[in-house]
Design a protein around this ligand. Structure first.
Ligand SMILES: NC(=O)C1=CN([C@@H]2O[C@H](COP(=O)(O)OP(=O)(O)OC[C@H]3O[C@@H](n4cnc5c(N)ncnc54)[C@H](O)[C@@H]3O)[C@@H](O)[C@H]2O)C=CC1
Ligand SMILES: O=C(CO)COP(=O)(O)O
Length: 319
């Protein structure tokens, strides 16, 4: 049995694909939402148009998870700590698999580090990489990264969470996998700004490439393996997110580039993570001009033309 906490788009999509071969319990914090989903067999709020298989049980109470094979944590990054602090006592036992992408703004920590702080006895892993919830839910082919420092735990989790259409690759480089997923969202906002402001596809390619250099710079400074960043959670997710209008981070960036408002109820992980990245980069003494410019745009401290001037007037250098 697999338990999924968080009935947003991603939690629901994972429940649907995993229900092909497992019983799944999907927890929604809002009892009305849980009842709605359990009754209509659809998550009309976050993933409309896809039916929930019968072996998904939706509930609003976290019951005992002791017998679960794994617990997936599919809530937004900045909410993970609150979720674990509130419900941690009932989560002890099975491996906890973070399914969120980002860096915690208040601490600079990644998802598995937060799990280790709050529930140090629980094995922690992260599931990340290029995927849109709607694609997974429709059973379209998708490949993700499952990262766990302990390969004895990572191996069975890889088998457990792979399905006929969802292929998981395994790594022990948790830092690299986490940072790949976190940092690409910042670049997706930048890429949205470029396209929204009409700066052209060449500029987007430049931003993605120099952004990728920054992602590798920060990740390796924090102990990641460079080849992890070249994989699914890094290069793969950067390409998907920066080039698709399905991405909420990209759409948020497009709105910024057009000087338009964006619906604040939509999850945009890259916004808080951009600030966290700048703080962390300053502490580490790493130069991350693209991330700095994107953060200043998000915070309204720079306009697009000023951000472009800032980036283009930097001293010329070797690639
Ligand atoms: N939607 C997608 O295509 C993908 C999303 N992800 C990641 O999955 C994570 C979750 O994103 P989505 O499901 O898309 O977001 P979403 O906005 O669709 O849903 C988030 C869910 O979390 C719940 N939630 C918020 N705060 C909570 C709390 N304190 N306790 C319990 N539940 C809480 C909300 O009620 C909502 O149901 C993000 O980190 C995102 O980057 C990863 C890959 C694909
Ligand atoms: O993480 C994702 C794709 O891999 C989803 O991207 P958004 O959160 O930008 O929609």
């Amino acid at each position: 049995m697999i338990v999924i906490l968080g009935a947003g788009a991603f939690g629901t999509a994972l429940a649907i694909t995993l229900a092909r071969s497992h019983a799944v319990t999907l927890w929604a914090r809002d009892p009305q939402h849980a009842a709605e989903m359990q009754g209509t067999r659809e998550n009309a709020r976050r993933l409309p148009g896809v039916s929930l298989p019968e072996n998904i049980r939706v509930c609003a109470e976290i019951e005992t998870v002791e017998t679960a094979d794994a617990v997936l944590l599919a809530v937004p990054m900045q909410r993970l700590r609150a979720l674990l602090e509130e419900h941690g006592a009932r989560l002890a036992g099975p491996p906890l698999v973070a399914c969120c992408k980002g860096i915690e703004l208040t601490t600079g920590l990644g998802p598995t580090q937060i799990i280790a702080q709050i529930l140090p006895q629980s094995p922690a892993a992260i599931l990340t990489g290029p995927s849109f919830a709607a694609n997974i839910a429709k059973g379209l082919p998708t490949a993700l990264t499952l990262a766990c420092t302990d390969d004895e735990i990572g191996r069975p989790l890889q088998s457990l969470l792979s399905t006929g259409t969802l292929r998981l690759y395994r790594t022990t480089d948790v830092i690299g996998a986490e940072l790949g997923g976190a940092l690409k969202n910042v670049m997706a906002i930048g890429s949205g700004v470029v396209m929204g402001a009409g700066l052209g596809e060449s500029a987007r390619a430049a931003l993605m490439t120099r952004g990728f250099a920054e992602m590798c710079r920060m990740a390796t400074a924090l102990g990641a393996r460079p080849d992890t960043l070249s994989g699914l959670s890094g290069f793969g997710d950067l390409v998907l997110t920066c080039t698709s209008d399905q991405s909420r981070n990209t759409r948020f960036g497009q709105s910024l580039g057009r000087n338009e408002a964006f619906d604040p109820t939509i999850t945009v992980e890259g916004a808080a993570t951009a600030r966290a990245v700048c703080q962390r980069a300053a502490e580490l003494g790493i130069d991350m001009p693209v991330s700095r410019a994107i953060t200043a745009l998000i915070d309204g401290e720079l306009q697009v033309d000023q951000a472009m001037d800032m980036l283009l007037s930097r001293p010329l250098k070797e690639e």
